[in-house]
Design a protein around this ligand. Sequence first.
Ligand code: ADP
Length: 454
Amino acid sequence: MATPQTSASLFSPDVLFDNPVFAGGIGLASIGAAAAFARRGAIVAFGAARRRLLVNVEISKQDPAYPWILAWLSQPREAAGFIASRITRIHNLSVTTTTTHTKGPYAEGPVNASFFLQPGYGRHVVKFGNAYIAVSREKHSTANMNTGEPHEIVQLTTLWAYRHTFEGIFAEAHRLAAKANEGKTVVYSARGMEWAPLGDPRKKRPLGSVILDDGVKESIVADVKDFLSRQGWYVDRGIPYRRGYLLYGPPGSGKSSFIQALAGELDFGVATINLSEMGMTDDKLAYLLTKLPKRCLLLLEDADAAFVNRRQRDADGYSGASVTFSGLLNALDGVAAGEERIAFLTTNHIERLDPALIRPGRVDMMLRIGEATKYQAGQMWDRFYGDEDNSGSRKEHFLRRLDELGLFGTNPDGTPSNRRTSTAAIQGLFLFNKSNMQGAIDMAQGLIPRNFEE
Ligand code: ADP
């Protein structure tokens, strides 16, 4: 006879586990939990193994090494075997095109284009020595507040055992970058709040190709070289290691060309800011000057923009620049980036500048780079026609002609002349008459400025 079950025995665990449906469910749940546990365990173990076995290096776009690494990655590389060549040759490339206008004497010249191939976004694998390197180039959705451009990084990953490979990669990338810039001058300009190379590095301009009045060039070059040899002197005396030059005079007299050539001579770059440029403010200027790229001449063009009051600025067509005089002085006096600073200020309107600018460390040397003198015209003739005009008689003829036209400050009757011409105009005349000395002499009248009034 069946004994009636009490409620306690009804809920006893034995009864539940004896129930095949319940027991099956528990079994399945346990298997699921074990699988989930194992998966988590595997992920953790994989993460741990990854951390232990792999090593990463991350380079952000702000780092100077970023373009070097991209250039290094785009190098063609040979790999043994089909499979290896598949994975060590980057197939997904992106292109950066830079176009530059060659600057002519009167107007912008033709356009040059150059293309720089670099690895596209995504993952790639390359080989360096015996090590395989996983490369991931990523663009983030957040923007760099200084430039407004999206954040970008390149991440290199390799096995822990090959971690020293990174040093080799960076050294090689740097060597490649240095080689690409050999004999070239890098020009930087402000992009947002950061310095960025302006187009490709330019071929160094020889100092001899810039013709300033007798002794002017030599005096600046000697002064800069002397300054560069005296770092210890400044440091010992606790004086900021800075020197400033102000070049003033009419446009087309060779101010920018000279600074470019001087940078080439010293193996420096040029970091340039136009003070009348739209959007240039005191804060931005001060910030940029604290972050000057290393080994660069600082070129502050149109320095007078900081001295013009807003009404005059509008009348002169300045477009939204708002650097003030005190802003310029603060920027020049501000915290230096550590190394030497050589600043060149240029202006076409010396009369607008404030004498407070002329202080050691701000402007130490002031030079007028003016209209073409007889000396300069003669030197330029020699550079263009020196080989053909052996006796120099054509040159005499040309210079006499310029004298007759009153282009060197005196009229033939001995009265002062204010007809002057620029070295840029003389260069233009010679370029128009390449290998045609007589043509240059016959067209000399064209050197009289068009807007000249007697
Ligand atoms: P600036 O900065 O004084 O306005 P640039 O240096 O821009 O003048 O000169 C404009 C053009 O004229 C350049 O192509 C440059 O080669 C030529 N040029 C002007 N002055 C000289 C000079 N003194 N010697 C050689 N080239 C010159």
